[in-house]
Design a binder for this molecule. Sequence first.
Ligand code: PXG
Length: 457
Amino acid sequence: MSGPDTAELKRLSGAHHWHPFTDHKELAALGGPRIITHAEGVWLTDSAGHRILDAMSGLWCVNVGYGRRELAEAAFSQLNDLSFYHGFFKTTTEPTVRLASKLAELTPPGLSRAFFANSGSEANDTIIRMARHYWALKGKPGKRFIIGREHGYHGSTMAAISLNGMKVMHEQGGLPLPGFAHVMTPYPFEGQGEMSAEAFGRLAARAVEEKILELGPENVAAFIGEPIQGAGGVIIPPESYWPEINRICREHDILLIADEVICGFGRLGHWFGSHRYGITPDFMTLAKGITSGYVPLSAVMVGDRVAETLIEEGGEFYHGFTYSGHPVACAVALANLELIEREGLVARVRDDIGPYLLSRLRTLLADHPIVGEIRGEGMIGAIEIVKDRRTRERFSGNGKAALIARDHCFQNDLIMRGVRESLVFAPAFTLTHDEADELARRAKQALDLTARDLGAL
Ligand code: PXG
């Protein structure tokens, strides 16, 4: 069987395809994109025939690994039975209802209802509207501010970008929109210094409280945070952080939004990051792992106090998407959740492959000259790159070192992401021990080459 015409696809891509988050001039200079043609387990194949170990499970989403027949069959069967119907005008479909009910069972108590969308960004936009509408119905229309965090990532729509703590995104398009504020994040490697982890967690939580008091609690609708920040560099908070956030939101009557787009569906070795950290959210954002990325789907879990007010006092909520609760996406999600349960993948992440991968990386990189820290939880983690392990001094060039390391991984057929000064990873939960050994070996090779390039060896 002959493969696709790579040269033609690259040419067509350069002429017609606008990639997400891409410098197109740079991509053209590199000769165009790599074209992925096939995937199985944690292995991608590209059009040149390379087998690539995907340590990112796509974009933090292919939790059950690629090529699972059960998910393909669920889609095929649903496409044959009912390819589309919607949830507008007093109708719905069976997979939609069954999935909503399954999510209510899996998520923490008090989150009983699911609104469906197609992406994490849309789900977060939905939450902003619901939160503000809730406060208006409560007679507090002034409560409009949403507080997010430095390095937070919540999506790419105008409102979701406004939640993000990424200045480079704000600079394009005149964002954030009015009504959004940002605070520091609990990033121990950079901020803890001589403090205890406990004290640092409290300090970072206090920043949220101070922002609420500065804006006035009567003007603040909600606080949003990822249990562990993913795209911002896998930032893992001290244990003291989330309990304090729970308390602060409760005391100042602020809604708490847990963005579980990356942490949800077993990534941290618990069904949700909220279980891991004891977070008691009013809203949860779900996407990615909900279908293991096989088809697009996201959901907003709406807490009971908000839902009851919107339902009892709100009348019609003028919000929804053509594909809200798409039956094919919901059928795939149900098959995905069933597979995670049947194979015990959440426990596997917590007790087996998560700790194993971390220990392999820690063993191989224990004395590596440019590794400042290896951190992780379940199947998500980061390797901090430093010039000096003792002082934590960074290399110059603002993240250039991580990009060099990322490129060496890429050349060695290993996919990791470079985020600021870290290499981050989030493989599928089905990674075998042998594959974890291989991943760690390739990561070490990439870091050795990076150290050589930067004159640190
Ligand atoms: N919340 C979180 C926590 C996310 O990580 C979104 C919301 C937005 O989801 P959508 O489906 O609108 O993309 C995300 C998405 C990266 C990367 O390179 C991360 C994401 C998306 C694309 C790339 O780390 N996270």
